[in-house]
Design a protein around this ligand. Sequence first.
Ligand code: HEM
Length: 257
Amino acid sequence: MTPNADVIAGVGLKERPRKSRWPARMDVAQSVSGLLLGLFMWGHMFFVSSILVSEKFMWTITKMFEGYFFFGKPYPIIVSGVVAVIIILFVMHALLALRKFPANYRQYQAFSAHRKLFGHTDTTLWWLQFLTGFALFFLASPHLFQMLVHPGLIGPFESSDRVWSGGWWPLYLILLFVVELHGGIGLYRLAVKWGWLSGADADASRRRLQRAKWALTIFFLVLGLATLAAYMKIGYAHRDKVGELYVPPAQQQEVGK
Ligand code: HEM
């Protein structure tokens, strides 16, 4: 064999006593990191939407994460710690997903031709997940970095000022659609891949899972849009007082005594 042929065949591969388990391990790692990120996103959307209840309620949730009710003092560094874990999961998940990206135009053409030929919903969903996943590299990174370095600037006025006066709302609007599509398809694909919630009739359970997937995506999109609108509204009303931190009514009275 020539050296070139060796490289093409994979040096030493044919002498290997057994096949590598690493591709399977990487698949499990990708599924687990995706599941954790998906579950985190559900929690995140509920916590962030606390603003729909009241400014005071959102403040309470924020301070809870900063350990205020436990230590008697807020420690925003705790939030940075959580963000750091999410960043590690996010990077790991993205790195593992890179294996599945078409590596050149020929691979892309082959996939594209198969997708059109099959006309199968799940193959099209995979393509949508690839596109939204790629967009997330760029859309989620600024948000995560902001949360990592300024955890103390999360709150009813602080977040609303960022969304409106800081001009973050267009990014959040696009990110919301991209992440909800990506997460919804991802969790659906996980269920199909590992056989969760599958009944005796595979086709019927797929249809059921797809309906559940769309229902969840629509629910989180509506919740997210209402939440974003609330931050924009508060931010607009607060535009002349940008930078003023939120103080809950009870503490304002204490300061005023
Ligand atoms: C621990 C990590 C995270 C924290 C602490 C966090 C926190 C927040 C907060 C406080 C807001 C309200 C706006 C603001 O203050 O700027 C927000 C909004 C948002 N975040 Fe995150 N976030 C995190 C991770 C993520 C990730 C990983 C994604 C998606 C990949 C994401 C997507 C969004 C979206 C789409 C909005 C707009 C919400 C809406 O329209 O309802 N966040 N986040």
